[in-house]
Each structure stands twice: as structure tokens, then as C-alpha cells.
Design a protein around this ligand. Structure first.
Ligand code: GTP
Ligand code: MG
Length: 194
């Protein structure tokens, strides 16, 4: 996909703040610090439009990025970060539930996992949660630059198996560092934009 325009639109914490121009949305979900914001930046070729950090918990709100005036990437706060208070976790849960449950323009969710590790219990829960809302999920197994090439297929299979992914959902090995998997990711996303 040729990116002619990418701009930050709004940080939303509730539905009143969601954009109302009816453009399709692709949301990002995944553990804290797994690489959600880096994924967006790599796809749109911008070093730091979506704020990244080596510390978990950088993204705290639903951050809307309008791409080519055609659709939104919605960067979502990560889960599974231990140093979060119970109150904050509840706030997160409410915000996510409102979004996933009511957002009619949401076309698919990109669930980012770390290809090096077995999906965590939180990852499995998140996948199930998205399926509960009948959402299509694209799994991006990121940080593929950190594993030997020969292991990739095995790790991708393991991720698919532990998440008990539906056959119709796609999984792609990816690296924000090398750009591996970028074209495949755009292919999967494009499918939801027409
Ligand atoms: P939160 O917003 O805190 O939930 O994190 P996030 O999921 O948005 O992660 P972010 O993109 O900020 O990346 C976290 C760390 O992982 C950063 O230090 C990135 O540089 C690193 N990282 C992300 N993707 C990759 C990748 O594909 N390969 C490698 N080697 N590092 C990556
Ligand atoms: Mg982030």
C-alpha cells in the first residue's frame, strides 16, 4: 500500500470521542510492550507517528491514526502488565468492552504476539474475547528478527495452535526491525477495507 497521508487524529477514552466520519477501522491488540505501535509505524513508514517505548504501558488510550483518508489504525493499550492497579485494569476493561462491543466501523483486529514465546494466557483470553464479539482477527507474530529463520514455521504453528485459531483467521510472521511480513500484513488488511 502506498502511504500518501498518515496523521494522528484523536486519543479517545470513550465512544463520545470516536471519530464520526464512518471510515473503516483496524484495531491493534496485544500485550504491553509486544510491539503494537512499532507495527503501525513500520506499515506506514513513519519512524514514530505512533509513540513507542521500551517501557511497557506507553499507550493508555485508544489512539486513532487516519491513513490515506481511507481508514483508521486504532492503537489500543496493551494488557498483561503487572504494575497496573486494579482500578486501572477495570478502566481498561470498560474502555475495551465499549469499543469492541459497539464499534460498527471496526472491520478486523490485529492481535500482536511475540513469535519467540508461547502465547500467554492473556493472549489466549484476548483472542477468545475478540471471537466472542464475532470479530475477524489477524495474528501478527512479531519480533521475527529475534529467532533463527529455520524455526519460524514451527513457532507460527505453535502460536496458531495455542490460540486455537479459527482456520479463516490469518497469522503472519513479522518484524518491525527488518520489515519482514509487511506486504503480507498489508494484503490481509486490504481485504477488510473494500
Ligand atoms: P505499549 O504501548 O506499552 O502497550 O507497547 P507496544 O505494544 O506499542 O510496543 P512498542 O511498539 O512500543 O514496542 C516495545 C519495544 O519492542 C520497543 O523497544 C520496540 O523497539 C521493540 N520492538 C517492537 N517490534 C519489534 C520487532 O519486530 N523486533 C525487535 N527486535 N524489537 C521490536
Ligand atoms: Mg503502544
Amino acid at each position: 500500500m502506498k502511504i500518501t497521508n498518515a496523521e494522528f487524529t484523536i486519543s479517545a477514552v470513550s465512544s463520545k470521542q470516536y471519530p464520526n466520519d464512518l471510515l473503516p477501522e483496524i484495531a491493534l491488540a496485544g500485550r504491553s510492550n509486544v510491539g503494537k505501535s512499532s507495527f503501525i509505524n513500520k506499515l506506514i513508514q513513519r519512524k514514530s507517528l505512533a509513540r513507542t517505548s521500551s517501557k511497557p504501558g506507553k499507550t493508555q488510550t485508544l489512539n486513532y491514526y487516519k491513513i490515506n483518508n481511507q481508514f483508521y489504525f486504532v492503537d489500543v493499550p496493551g494488557y498483561g502488565y503487572a504494575q497496573v492497579s486494579k482500578k486501572e485494569r477495570e478502566k481498561w476493561g470498560q474502555m475495551m468492552e465499549e469499543y469492541f462491543q459497539t464499534r460498527d466501523t471496526l472491520r478486523a483486529v490485529i492481535l500482536i504476539t511475540d513469535i519467540r514465546h508461547e502465547p500467554t494466557r492473556d493472549d489466549v483470553q484476548m483472542y477468545d474475547y475478540l471471537k466472542y464479539f464475532s470479530l475477524d482477527v489477524i495474528v501478527i507474530a512479531t519480533k521475527a528478527d529475534k529467532i533463527p529463520k529455520g524455526k519460524k514455521e514451527q513457532y507460527v504453528k505453535r502460536t496458531r495452535k495455542i490460540l486455537q485459531m479459527e482456520q479463516t483467521d490469518t497469522i503472519i510472521a513479522f518484524s518491525a526491525q527488518t520489515g519482514e511480513g509487511k506486504d503480507a500484513a498489508w494484503g490481509a488488511i486490504r481485504h477488510y477495507l473494500s
